[in-house]
Design a protein around this ligand. Structure first.
Ligand code: FAD
Length: 338
C-alpha cells in the first residue's frame, strides 16, 4: 500500500498497487479532477513531485511528450511504485456522491435493442449506488484495459447495474462482450464515475440528446427525471439519432414512463434516410441531432438543463451548437465518450 501526499494542501491517502492514483483518491472522497477514466481526455493530469509511478496503459492518447518531460502523468492510468508526492488542484465539484467501489458483476440478462445495441444487466456482489447518467469501468475477460460504460437503470441500492452497449466493428471489448460473455458469467466492475448526472435541483425543463452509443445514460436520466418528485412539473425532451431507421430505438423504454406524451417527449431522427441497410423506410425527422435540437427549440435552448452523450463527432457538434446558441455552460452536462 503506497501513501500519496498532495503537496500544498497537506492531504494524504492510501493507494494499493492494483489501483490508480485518481481512483484511490475518489474512493476516499477527494475531488480529484477527471472525466473519461481511460487515458483519453487528460483531465486527471497531475505532476509527480517525488516517487515513482507506472502507467497501466503504456501509451495513453492524452499523455504527450511534453507531459513526460515535465513529469506529468494521468491519474486514471498511474499506479504508484511506492510512496509519492504529487501536485494536483483538487476541486469540490469532483467529489463523488457515491464513492466508487471495485466489485464482481454477475450477468443475468442480455437483450437485443437494435441490430448492434444490446442491454446487459448485471447483479453486483457488493452493491454500489450511482447517480443517473454515471458510468462504470468494466473489465471484459481477455481484453487489455477496462472500458467505460454508462448505466441505463435507476437504483437506490445499487444492487443492479444495466448497460446499453453498442457493438463497434472490430472493437476489442465490444466484439468480445457480444460474442463470448453470456448469462452466468462474472466480470470485474468499478464505479460509479462521471459528472454528467441528473441535477434534480436545477429549476429548468430537461433536454437529453443521444446519438448511437449515447443511449444508456440518457435513458437513465429520463427514467430518473420521470420519477423525481422535485422534477414533477418539468418537461423532458429526448432526442435520439441514428444513421438509418434500423438504428432508432429508445421509445419503448420511455413510453412506459408516467407522463409520456404529456411532459416526456421523444424526438427520433436519422442522418441518412436513403441508405438503411435494413431496408426499413423512414418518414420522420432527418438530420444530425444538434441540428434537430436547434430546429426544435432555437433560442429556447438556453432555458433547458441539457445532457448529451454519444460518439466524439456528435458530442463536439452538439457542444459547438450549444455555444453558438449561447446556452450557459453550467446548464450543459456531458462526459466525453472515447
Ligand atoms: C465516459 C464514457 C462512457 C461510455 N458509455 C458508453 C455506453 O453507455 N455505451 C457504449 O456502447 N459505449 C460507451 N462508451 C464507449 C466505450 O467505452 C468503448 O469506447 C466502446 O465500446 C468501444 O470499445 P471497443 O474496445 O469495442 O473498441 P476499440 O476500438 O477496440 O477500443 C476503443 C476504446 O478503448 C480504449 N482503449 C484501448 N486500449 C485501452 C486500454 N489498454 N485501456 C483502456 N482503454 C483502452 C480506446 O482509447 C478507445 O477509447 C463510453 C465511453 C466513455 C469514455
Amino acid at each position: 500500500m503506497a501513501q500519496i501526499t498532495i503537496t500544498g494542501v497537506n492531504l494524504a491517502y492510501s493507494c494499493d498497487e492494483t489501483d490508480t492514483i485518481l481512483r484511490a483518491a475518489l474512493r476516499v472522497g477527494l475531488g480529484f479532477p477527471y472525466e473519461c477514466n481511460v487515458g483519453s481526455c487528460g483531465n486527471c493530469r497531475f505532476e509527480l513531485v517525488e516517487g515513482e509511478v507506472e502507467h497501466v496503459r503504456a501509451d495513453p492518447p492524452a499523455w504527450s511528450e511534453r507531459d513526460r518531460q515535465r513529469k506529468r502523468y494521468l491519474g486514471c492510468q498511474a499506479r504508484p511504485l511506492g510512496d509519492c508526492r504529487i501536485k494536483v488542484n483538487l476541486r469540490e465539484h469532483y467529489k463523488s456522491t457515491h464513492p466508487p467501489k471495485r466489485t464482481q458483476a454477475h450477468l443475468f440478462v442480455v437483450e437485443d435493442i437494435t441490430h448492434d445495441i444490446r442491454e446487459f444487466r448485471f447483479r453486483l456482489e457488493d452493491p454500489a449506488p450511482f447517480l443517473p447518467g454515471q458510468y462504470a469501468l468494466l473489465s471484459i475477460p481477455e481484453v487489455v484495459g477496462a472500458r467505460a460504460y454508462s448505466m441505463c437503470n435507476v437504483t437506490e441500492t445499487g444492487e443492479e447495474w444495466h448497460f446499453q452497449i453498442k457493438r463497434v466493428p472490430s472493437g476489442a471489448a465490444t466484439e468480445r462482450l457480444f460474442a463470448a460473455v453470456g448469462i452466468g458469467d462474472t466480470i470485474a466492475a468499478d464505479g460509479p464515475y462521471g459528472m454528467a448526472y441528473l441535477r434534480e435541483d436545477a429549476p429548468r425543463d430537461i433536454l437529453c440528446i443521444a446519438g448511437g452509443s449515447g443511449l444508456s445514460p440518457m435513458i437513465s436520466i429520463t427514467r430518473a427525471a420521470a420519477a423525481s418528485p422535485k422534477l414533477a412539473g418539468r418537461q423532458v425532451h429526448f432526442i435520439y439519432g441514428g444513421r438509418g431507421a434500423r438504428d432508432i430505438c429508445g421509445e419503448p423504454m420511455l413510453r412506459c414512463l408516467p407522463g409520456f406524451g404529456e411532459r416526456i417527449f421523444y424526438h427520433p431522427a436519422v442522418s441518412m434516410q436513403e441508405s438503411d441497410p435494413g431496408g426499413l423506410s423512414w418518414s420522420g425527422r432527418v438530420g444530425f441531432v444538434p441540428d434537430i435540437a436547434k430546429e426544435l427549440f432555437g433560442e429556447d435552448l438556453a432555458r433547458f438543463e441539457i445532457y448529451f452523450a454519444g460518439p466524439p463527432a456528435m458530442a463536439e457538434a452538439t457542444m459547438r451548437m450549444l455555444l453558438e446558441m449561447k446556452v450557459p455552460p453550467a446548464q450543459v452536462h456531458y462526459d466525453q465518450f472515447y
